[in-house]
Design a protein. Structure first.
Length: 256
């Protein structure tokens, strides 16, 4: 079903004006005040719905033309066949990427990041996260064999300014890494003030988010400080403050 912008604008406008009328005049008239109540609502509705920008509560909609980002002429399978992309990375990609084509800037990031530091500048919704997420996983799988991956230790450090961004990226990575069928598996953990100090009861605590349980069951997610200190993950997501603590505290020296 296609999105109808004009219809959506009209519906939102009608609903918001109805809400304002209820707040200004009340949803129902007082006893004996039916005519005056109706007139007030009609008067305000005409003003708020008018095309006069000084009276209307809504500005006219602005239409912005967005052109699609150019796609690569190579499929993900082509990138696997020519050695650009590791098979394990392809296997954990979502179907819309696995069975299709990357954007040109995503493929370029994948190719250039093999031996260069890169900066990605692209629009909102253009898949910038994939420009670093899949290249970093690709580099990990290509440069370490099964024996090396089996050794605990942080290889990739992701630093974000806020805990909310850390948690958002953690959820995204866990959902991707939970699809791993290879062994050993790449593991991820977050290290912030919100990281659990004790291992949760996965079998009986029904309050754990589904993505956390799935990541734990798959073996790719370390959810507590004792776990990540005993067997540091391959990927650690943290913030500036906790990174400083991790570098100074004796109990965290084994992370790096």
């Amino acid at each position: 079903m296609k999105f109808n912008a004009a219809k959506a604008y009209k519906e939102i406008k009608e609903q918001y004006i109805h809400f304002l009328l209820d707040r200004a005049c009340g949803p129902f008239p007082n006893r004996g005040d039916d005519d005056a109540w109706e007139k007030r609502r009609k008067y305000l509705k005409e003003i708020w719905k008018s095309d006069n920008p000084r009276q209307s509560v809504f500005a006219k909609p602005i239409i912005e033309g967005l052109f699609p980002y150019p796609q690569s002429d190579k499929t993900v399978d082509d990138l696997c066949n020519d050695g650009t992309l590791h098979k394990n990375v392809r296997d954990i990609m979502p179907p819309y990427l696995k069975d299709g084509n990357l954007y040109v800037h995503q493929q370029t990031a994948l190719e250039k990041s093999k031996d260069k530091n890169i900066i990605v500048a692209s629009g909102t919704g253009s898949g910038k996260t994939e420009c670093f997420m899949y290249p970093m996983l690709n580099d990990l799988f290509k440069n370490e064999n099964s024996e090396q991956l089996n050794e605990a230790g942080v290889r990739i450090l992701l630093i974000y300014p806020t805990n909310a961004l850390v948690k958002d990226q953690l959820k995204r990575l866990v959902n991707i890494l939970s699809k791993q069928t290879c062994d050993p598996k790449v593991k991820v953990a977050m290290y912030t003030s919100q990281t659990r100090t004790n291992m949760p009861d996965w079998e009986h605590n029904l309050n754990n988010p589904e993505w956390e349980y799935t990541g734990h069951k798959n073996g790719c997610y370390l959810s507590s400080k004792p776990e990540l200190r005993e067997t540091p993950p391959h990927i650690l997501i943290t913030n500036y403050s906790m990174l400083e603590y991790a570098m100074l505290r004796d109990c965290d020296q084994g992370l790096f």
